[in-house]
Design a protein around this ligand. Structure first.
Ligand SMILES: Nc1ncnc2c1ncn2[C@@H]1O[C@H](COP(=O)(O)OP(=O)(O)O)[C@@H](O)[C@H]1O
Ligand SMILES: [Mg+2]
Length: 262
């Protein structure tokens, strides 16, 4: 039996219109992502990465083309999104933030309690459950967003540069925690980053996007077993070569777009 992809994107183009002019943010994107796959998208800024996630989240409409997220369980949310910042609700406690999506769906109290506690513990937030976001560091706020997204138990997780604003040490800890939860839940994850290191640490597959208008220009399969460290990326011959390869592609894209904008 042929395995059906979890996410299927078909010839998706997105243009934004403003008075006289238009911007083509995404140009004919086609791709499929398997159930349980961890895919990172890397591309220069302004290439349409956020637009692609927003379309998959139902926050924007494609101009041309379409996509499908294959649902396996009735009543489960299709997608949860984790943003770079602004992901937490300031007037709710940590615990209420994590429980928010479950409450909205009016799940039974004991289910909400159990799932919330589980992910608070998993992300090391259990001791901080009653604090408000303003009392938290940036890293802890991102943990709240991640805990909430997983607690929702969506079909897929969409993550838009969730660790970009964190310092290197915090970033590393959160990357490890994310991988640990992912390997346990086997969620399908689409993760955007502008860091090649981050993409190599996390993914099963990396998709490289061109400068505007965004197209997928290359796919890199990462077969090196996890856990991977920064040292592996520098020293492991395969990962090091993949790093350079992606670096060169991105460099070309940035140069190209600078020439065109001159
Ligand atoms: N709502 C919008 N209206 C008009 N233009 C937009 C809108 N959202 C994004 N764009 C444009 O689309 C392009 C891609 O943006 P974005 O998806 O945010 O890129 P990235 O996340 O890769 O940095 C940019 O040129 C941006 O200015
Ligand atoms: Mg973006």
């Amino acid at each position: 039996m042929e395995k059906k992809a979890k996410i299927e994107i078909n010839n998706l183009t997105k243009a934004f219109y403003k008075k006289q002019s238009s911007v083509t943010a995404l140009d004919d994107i086609s791709l499929s992502i398997e159930e349980g796959e961890f895919v990172c998208i890397v591309g220069p800024s302004g290439c349409g990465k956020t637009t692609l996630l927003r379309i998959l989240a139902g926050l924007e409409q494609p101009s041309i083309g379409d996509f499908e997220i294959r649902s396996v369980q009735e009543g489960r949310p299709l997608q949860s999104m984790v943003f770079q910042e602004r992901g937490v609700i300031p007037w709710l406690t940590v615990k209420e933030n994590v429980a928010f999506g479950l409450k909205m769906r009016k799940l039974p109290k004991n289910v909400i309690q159990e799932r919330t506690d589980y992910y608070l513990k998993k992300t090391g937030l259990d001791r901080f459950a009653h604090l408000y976001p303003k009392e938290l560091s940036g890293g802890m706020k991102q943990r709240v967003s991640i805990a909430r997204a997983f607690a929702n138990d969506p079909e897929i997780l969409l993550m838009d540069e969730p660790f970009a604003a964190l310092d290197e040490q915090n970033k590393f800890i959160l990357q490890e925690e994310l991988l640990s939860i992912w390997s346990e839940t086997k969620k399908t994850v689409l993760f955007i980053t502008h860091s090649i290191d981050e993409a190599l640490l996390l993914s099963d597959r990396i998709l490289l996007m061109s400068a505007q208008p965004g197209k997928i220009i290359q796919q890199v399969k990462i077969d090196t077993p996890r856990p991977r460290t920064i040292e592996d990326i520098r020293k492991d011959p395969i990962l090091a070569e993949q790093f350079v390869d992606i670096w060169n592609h991105l460099q070309d894209e940035v140069q190209q777009s600078r020439k065109e904008n001159r």
